[in-house]
Design a protein around this ligand. Structure first.
Ligand code: COI
Length: 357
């Protein structure tokens, strides 16, 4: 039987908090927004210095209709998770990596950014203020969504004169409606996610808007999501709408190299390290779409999707199935277990990746 950790036995010994949110059913969590108590907010004007951030009640924000983010898409986001352990402590996973990625993206988008220390501090504050919304162990996690946007008014195309940084959170379960079952992908031929020299390698909001059309069409045909090819050769794998992709052949795991058109996923980077530690050879390189035919397994990685096994990929009308027991490949299963047990505090964190609150 497939041994995913989510249904961990740890739940039975967990004592719910007195102030657990009314009406929440931890067993029903998917990846939809659940409004929580507080969000973090800070602003920065032309001088590049952010004001002292504060926690404010979660709610709508006021924006000028001519805000840079609304008119010209000057915005970035991040995603990370907090897990509650069976000892009722809270673990963040590599938050400084999200901070560094936002700094890199802000440079590309002509925006000021918080320092790594300020970012991590803001994440900690927001998580602690919303502690009661962190699901019990084995039931999910608290998804943390930092946003950086040009909130100042512009009319002509230019960087905004003011920026707002916000963090909001939501308890989440599995990302795909398939839950932990394998997902079915469609290789996209007409649309591309990114071009060389563009912004594919940063977490700008526009990258996600641009995939919606192909993703909706694929979902309407019953697929879980779309796998993109590079826009120059139309031949090399890039990524899925919301996650990175890996293929497995024997003891070798390959994933598209980071070259400006691929999002440098933190889960991607972590899985590469975990796999190498477990004796796999991991190659970051051009991965041709033809290699899908020959692969033993394919899986996706991302903060939201964690490690998702792929059950089939359809390319030019041909469906390529991937096997394993219940369709779940053993390599994906092993890497999922190793990563999540570390993130949930079930095994010792020898990598030094978790931050305890
Ligand atoms: C994440 O995995 O955290 C992301 O930012 C992807 C998003 C589409 C949910």
């Amino acid at each position: 039987p497939v041994n995913w950790i989510r249904e961990s036995a740890a739940t039975s010994t967990f004592c719910p908090q007195k102030d657990e949110p009314a009406g929440i059913c931890w067993d029903d969590l998917g990846f939809g927004l659940v409004e929580t108590d507080y969000m973090y907010s800070t602003k920065c004007s032309d001088d590049g210095n952010f004001s002292k951030g504060e926690l404010i009640p979660y709610g709508d924000i006021k924006l000028s209709p001519s805000a840079g983010v609304l008119n010209y898409g000057q915005g970035l986001f991040e995603g990370l998770k907090a897990y509650r352990t069976k000892n009722d402590s809270i673990l963040l996973f590599r938050p400084e990596e999200n901070a560094a990625r936002m700094i890199m993206g802000a440079e590309r988008m002509c925006m000021p950014a918080l320092t790594v220390e300020e970012f991590v501090e803001a994440v900690k504050l927001t998580v602690l203020a919303n502690k009661r919304w962190i699901p019990p162990p084995g039931k999910g996690s608290l998804y943390i969504r930092p946003l950086l946007m040009g909130s100042g008014a512009v009319l002509g195309l230019a960087p905004a004169p003011e920026y707002t940084f916000i963090i909001y959170v939501s308890p989440v379960g599995n990302y795909f409606k398939e839950g932990l079952a394998p997902i079915n992908l469609l290789v996209e031929n007409d649309y591309h996610r990114a071009t060389p020299g563009g912004t594919g390698g940063i977490k700008t909001i526009g990258n996600y808007a641009s995939v919606l059309k192909a993703q909706s069409a694929a979902k309407a045909k019953g697929y879980s999501d779309v796998l993109y090819l590079d826009s120059v050769h139309k031949r090399y794998l890039e990524e899925v709408s919301s996650c990175n992709v890996f293929i497995v052949k024997g003891k070798t795991i390959s994933t598209p190299e980071i070259k400006g058109t691929i999002l440098p996923g933190i889960t991607r980077k972590s899985i590469i390290d975990v796999a190498r530690k477990q004796g796999f050879q991991v190659e970051e390189r051009h991965v041709s779409v033809d290699e899908l035919l020959d692969a033993d397994e394919v899986f996706c990685t991302g903060t939201a999707v964690v490690v998702s096994p792929v059950g089939s990929i359809t390319y030019l009308g041909k469906r390529i199935p991937y096997g394993g027991e219940n369709g779940v490949g053993i390599v994906a299963q092993k890497l999922y277990s190793s990563l999540t047990s570390l993130q949930m505090g079930l095994t010792e964190d020898t990598m030094g990746w978790t931050v305890e609150l």
